[in-house]
Write a protein that binds this ligand. Structure first.
Ligand SMILES: Nc1ncnc2c1ncn2[C@@H]1O[C@H](COP(=O)(O)OP(=O)(O)OP(=O)(O)O)[C@@H](O)[C@H]1O
Ligand SMILES: [Mg+2]
Length: 238
């Protein structure tokens, strides 16, 4: 479904994407790890059209996305949950998701409402739908971020550190949600917490200075010398 080839981007001397190749099918989850500043969120900026690559191609079901603005990519099925939740604090949970269904998916009236309800149910937020988004506890704010992405009716779901700041049981709850979602979408999940990815990701991509250092099944990636040395800052025999 997703085919990324030779994706490259620099900001001055900072390389955020260095000839990245990726392929992903629906029903699969690619986990992405890497140190701060490795280029993880930048990859999502390139996929969503917030940033323009210097080189390379991004195809979704054969359609070239490079050159298309973010709103067109959203209509083609690219959705993102942000590293820092971006909800409207003074709107209700339902209104936030309805806005995503309306402006992201371009739905109107009853169809938008149905889509919003579906996204809330899917993310276990049905009981919270009347509450103000700004009043939600952190786990539910993260769920809302995912629900808004789902409400846009995506095919490719991009999750940027949605488990950040959560307790261990909360991380497990969110990982269980992502595991369910991956049946319906192609998921790319950036996370600093490798344990969260372990249970859900089919493969893990390790980014370092914008370069794809390694892509492997979770156990293999986490046991690799590169990850231990560079991502965790440990010598290989520690
Ligand atoms: N628009 C921009 N202009 C200039 N530099 C940028 C821009 N966006 C990102 N950068 C730089 O590119 C590098 C990669 O940033 P990015 O946000 O992709 O990192 P990250 O891997 O998501 O890190 P973190 O784990 O902290 O979220 C950083 O050094 C950042 O300061
Ligand atoms: Mg980031």
């Amino acid at each position: 479904m997703l085919q990324v080839q030779g994706l490259s981007k620099k900001y001055g001397a900072i390389v955020v994407a260095d000839a990245i190749d990726l392929a992903l099918e629906s029903g699969h989850c690619l986990g992405v790890i890497g140190p701060n500043g490795a280029g993880k969120s930048s990859l999502f900026n390139l996929l969503t059209g917030v940033a323009r690559p210097d080189r390379g191609s991004i195809r979704l079901d054969g359609v070239e996305l490079v050159g298309k603005p973010p709103h067109q990519r959203a209509r083609l099925g690219v959705a993102r949950a942000f590293q820092i939740p971006q909800s409207f604090a003074n709107l209700t949970v339902y209104e936030n998701v309805l806005a995503a269904a309306s402006f992201g998916a371009g739905l109107r009236g009853a169809r938008a409402a149905l889509r919003a309800q579906h996204a809330l149910q899917r993310c276990a937020l049905g009981a919270r739908s009347g509450e103000l988004a700004g009043r939600l506890p952190l786990l539910d704010r993260k769920r809302l971020e995912v629900a808004k992405a789902i409400a846009t009716n995506p095919r490719l779901l991009l999750l940027d550190e949605v488990a950040g700041g959560l307790t261990e049981p909360e991380v497990a709850a969110l990982a269980a949600l992502v595991a369910e979602l991956k049946a319906e979408y192609a998921v790319i999940w950036i996370e600093h917490i490798p344990q969260a990815l372990h249970a859900v990701a089919d493969r893990i991509l390790v980014l370092h200075f914008g370069r794809k250092l390694l892509e492997a099944p979770p156990a293999q990636a986490m046991a690799s010398r590169e990850v231990r040395e560079i991502y965790m800052g440990l010598p290989a025999d520690a």
